[in-house]
Design a protein around this ligand. Structure first.
Ligand SMILES: Cc1cc2nc3c(=O)[nH]c(=O)nc-3n(C[C@H](O)[C@H](O)[C@H](O)COP(=O)(O)OP(=O)(O)OC[C@H]3O[C@@H](n4cnc5c(N)ncnc54)[C@H](O)[C@@H]3O)c2cc1C
Length: 420
């Protein structure tokens, strides 16, 4: 009998997981390697960061997902090097050979080379980082109250840099936390002084969405009391003060960096096929110059007539590239392969309770209906019925009671014999 083809998928995000699921129980040997042991639903990280949902509701262990699989294996490891001439990859723990290699490594926060910013501000690209934001914000209040420090020196301010969907959603959620939750938890503190500040180099929030969405989200941020600093470039941060190009500066011990992402490149491939830190591919997601190496999702740079500057780095592209590649890999001949074509189904963002903006290809709407639409779609996208129900009840509880009980400060204990 012919040996089964061995497909190694690096990264179990939206793209890698979709591909692995589509190859599940098919006549292929599949190995998913990821440096975390769970798939992460990144669009709801901001709700973990502000204590609205539990991390476990949006994190799905790979071993559980593939518990009953006959052909998909999982390895927890960081892939460090590709040796294409030997069809081999080197990870932090082992070496694996492959017949076909799929790179689905996604992105990390882009600090634009600013090491100080990287070490002192918080990114939001992993569940751990979302928990770290929650810990840091809550710890700030705890320290203030214990140390009986003044609250008007601004150190407890929450500053978010970047006004894309992540920044805007985070600002809205923290503004609601300030209004509804914190005064009840810390009744002796005056939260009037606490500022939620959103800094953006653009003049309006949600720069990639329609003008209607931009104008409405601007209005929503104002209604929620978020200070939106427009047209400002952050230049420095020393752990206490954020400085801007205009000369302005703001005090804060809680700075969240949501100003961009950059690809997780794995070393070993021809550097000339790396464009803007993404691997350049053909329309079948095959990395240029390599017959058996593919890139899908955020890490793929595919130029098409409709998208000459490559596709946006969004979940929809990642999921569909995973699906199309799976279909292609299961076909007998490459001459039957289908080219990938992105169908933009729109974008949306929510800015607190009852406020959201939705841009569909032929319809734009905002407000309550948009908010319900946003909730419904996100619930549908969440893996597992149990998590859908858990999130639904958490949301209902917190929106009806204007409260949530998910404010644990959990900091892992470090032991000498464990790696964190
Ligand atoms: C906070 C936030 C909110 C977002 N909101 C939205 C939204 O509302 N709508 C939308 O469409 N998109 C949204 N996005 C973008 C969306 O999440 C990405 O486009 C999508 O996750 C890309 O999928 P991917 O599979 O390419 O990469 P990812 O989902 O990022 O997965 C990459 C995986 O690879 C693993 N990995 C990386 N490097 C290695 C390595 N060297 N070795 C082993 N494993 C590795 C990572 O651990 C990760 O599991 C958001 C992103 C963020 C961060």
């Amino acid at each position: 009998m012919e040996a089964r083809e061995k497909i190694v998928i690096v990264g179990g995000g939206f793209a890698g997981l979709q591909l692995a699921k589509a190859l599940n129980n098919k006549r292929k040997k599949v190995m998913v390697i990821d440096r975390v042991n769970h798939h992460m639903f990144q669009p709801l990280f901001y709700q973990v960061a502000c204590g609205r949902i539990e991390p476990s509701n949006i994190s799905f262990p790979f071993r559980k997902i593939f518990q009953r699989s006959r052909n998909v294996q999982f390895r927890l490891s960081n892939v460090e090097q590709i040796i294409p001439a030997q069809n081999k990859i080197i990870t932090s723990d082992a070496e694996y050979t492959y017949d076909k290699l799929i790179l689905a490594t996604g992105c990390r926060t882009n600090f634009f080379g600013n090491e100080k910013m990287e070490s002192l501000t918080y990114g939001m690209k992993t569940t751990q980082e979302a928990i770290a934001i929650r810990n840091n914000v809550l710890l700030t209040f705890e320290k203030l109250i214990s140390e009986r420090r003044r609250t008007d020196d601004g150190n407890w301010n929450v500053v978010i840099v970047g006004s894309g969907p992540t920044g805007v959603e985070l600002a809205g959620a923290f503004a609601e936390m300030k209004k509804d939750i914190l005064p009840r938890d810390y009744p002796h503190m005056n939260f009037e002084d606490l500022k939620i500040i959103l800094i953006s180099s653009t003049e309006t929030p949600l720069g990639t969405m329609s003008e209607e969405a931009q104008a409405k989200s601007d209005q929503y941020l104002q209604e929620l009391g978020v200070d939106f600093l427009r047209g400002e470039m952050v230049t420095d941060y020393d752990g206490d003060r954020v400085s801007m190009q205009s000369g302005k500066s703001i005090a804060s011990n809680n700075v969240i960096w949501a100003a961009g992402v950059t690809g997780n490149i794995v070393d070993g491939l021809d550097p000339t096929i790396i464009v803007r830190n993404r691997f350049k591919t053909d329309r079948y997601n095959r990395v240029l110059g390599y017959e058996n190496i593919f890139a899908i999702g955020d890490i793929a740079y595919m130029e098409t007539p409709k998208y000459p500057q490559a596709h946006p780095q969004v979940a929809n592209v990642a999921i569909n590239q995973g699906k199309v590649l799976a279909k292609n890999l299961l076909k007998k001949s490459t001459s039957d392969w289908t080219e990938y074509e992105y169908v933009d189904r729109g974008s949306m963002a929510t800015i607190g309770k009852y406020r959201a903006v939705v841009d569909l290809p032929n319809l734009k709407f905002q407000g309550l209906l948009a908010w319900y639409f946003w909730m419904f779609l996100h619930l549908m996208l969440i893996l597992s019925v149990r998590n859908k129900i858990a999130i639904f009840f958490n949301w209902m509880w917190s929106y009806i009671n204007k409260d949530s009980s998910l404010r644990l400060i959990i900091i892992p204990t470090k032991k000498n014999n464990t790696e964190q």
